[in-house]
Design a protein around this ligand. Structure first.
Ligand code: SAM
Length: 285
């Protein structure tokens, strides 16, 4: 009798611990058929606390600085940019870098979870107090007032928009928040390569040695579902829209940007013809 009470207590303790763990780290929810989840608004359910914290813990910011190089910063400086709106703040990697480089930076994200982490990271990495705004790109100008020399949307973020209507709306909002001669820098994964070259091209992307691996688990013209694997074997997913490079360029021009230049990021790639990322630089003037 005594033993079974102890067992019960153990079970209860375990259940309580698991419940509070789940409350602190809610699981990603993709429902019965994850391949049908193709919604713009779903990103807030995908960046759950466990995923975000693990990612940030394992990806060494210094190494990321080195592998990314000075591309964005040099580009902004060469154009005399002073004010920047980081619309895809995430955990703050680019915002902190921009602040450190002396840009007057405002940091936006549609995920409150992400912004909280970014604010914490700002303090941890150099004691910076980030100016954060919680806003969805589709209604950006409702929450962000003022105009900026540059808008940056980095880290393959634009891929979260699932309908063309949402993409056009978001780009129009980015356009509106820019000064008359402003510039938008938006990057994306090279989905053309994954879509066109079939399964063999779906190589594994290693981050920070082998600490985090990202692999396309399923791809069609309307969905790229990536699996992120961590050393403790936990895994998370992101459902994204596989933007083709020329499609993004066309959209940028159609919403009013006058000149769009696209660069390939050759740094972590297998060959120069097949970069992992494209970076679009779109000028309003
Ligand atoms: N730039 C950061 C980096 O490279 O580490 C973060 C990139 S993370 C892949 C994408 C971010 O975009 C997430 O923090 C997500 O919440 C945000 N996001 C996605 N769709 C959004 C939307 N419609 N409005 C506002 N933020 C959005």
């Amino acid at each position: 009798m005594k033993e079974s009470t102890a067992d019960q207590t153990d079970v209860q303790t375990a259940v309580t611990a698991e419940t509070s763990r789940q409350q602190a780290h809610p699981a990603q929810e993709f429902g019965a058929d994850p391949l049908t989840v193709r919604e713009t608004g779903h990103y807030t359910n995908e960046y759950v606390k466990g995923f975000v914290e693990k990612w940030d813990e394992l990806i060494d910011w210094r190494k990321r600085y080195e592998s990314e190089g000075g591309f964005f910063v040099d580009l902004l400086k060469s154009r005399g940019v002073k004010s920047v709106l980081d619309v895809a703040t995430g955990t703050g990697f680019h915002s902190v870098r921009l602040v450190e480089e002396g840009f007057d930076t405002v940091s936006v994200d549609g995920s409150a979870e992400m912004l909280a982490k970014a604010f914490e990271n700002g303090l941890d990495y150099g004691g910076h107090i980030l100016r954060v705004v919680h806003a969805d790109w589709r209604w950006l100008n409702r929450d962000v007032h003022g105009q900026f020399d540059a808008v940056v949307c980095l880290g393959n973020s634009f891929t979260h928009l699932f309908s063309e209507r949402d993409r056009r709306k978001a780009l129009a909002e980015f356009y509106a928040v820019l000064k008359h001669d402003g510039v938008l820098i938006l990057d994306q994964r090279n989905y053309d390569s994954i879509l066109d070259n079939g399964f063999s091209s779906k190589h594994t992307y290693y981050y920070c040695g082998e600490a985090v691996t990202a692999e396309p688990e399923y791809v069609d013209e309307g969905l790229a579902r990536f699996r992120y694997q961590f050393p403790d074997n936990s895994q998370y997913h992101l459902n994204m829209f596989p933007l083709r490079k020329d499609y993004t360029r066309t959209l940028l021009r159609e919403v009013g940007f006058q000149r769009v230049e696209t660069f390939g990021d050759f740094q972590e790639t297998v060959s120069a013809e097949d970069p992992d990322f494209f970076i679009h630089v779109a000028e309003k003037r």
